[in-house]
Write a protein that binds this ligand. Sequence first.
Ligand SMILES: [Fe+2]
Ligand SMILES: [Fe+2]
Length: 148
Amino acid sequence: MADKIEPATKVSKALLDKLNDAIAREMQVAIQYMWQHVQWGGVKGFAVHDELKSIAVEEMKHAEAIAERLFYLGAIPTTKPTPIFVGTTLKEMISQNVKDEENAIKLYKEIVEMAHKEGDETTNRLFREILQQEEDHHDTFTTLLEDL
Ligand SMILES: [Fe+2]
Ligand SMILES: [Fe+2]
């Protein structure tokens, strides 16, 4: 068997594990927001339907971008999402989403810092970009929640 090609950038197992945690969470919210926009109810649901749909697509793109980076760094992306919580009322759904975006922001700040410390500026830049979008999602869900 041929030797595995080593990537030019090497990072710690701890950082690789965090990237896989990020992928699991991105898959979770992509499915969660998708099922929420399928199951939304009531008149107020009209206001959040398109928003949930477009954010779900963005989360799927995050999962893919992080998986590409993780694979380049020599690890295999997980196929298991973090447990999904759809919710039954719109308020329950959007409250959960605010929490999930907060968790993403916390985790991605850790990854940004860790990647920088380990000299992996590509992962650092990728997560700074994603972080900005998670802050936008958090802002959107927080604003929606005020009117529910
Ligand atoms: Fe995301
Ligand atoms: Fe998000």
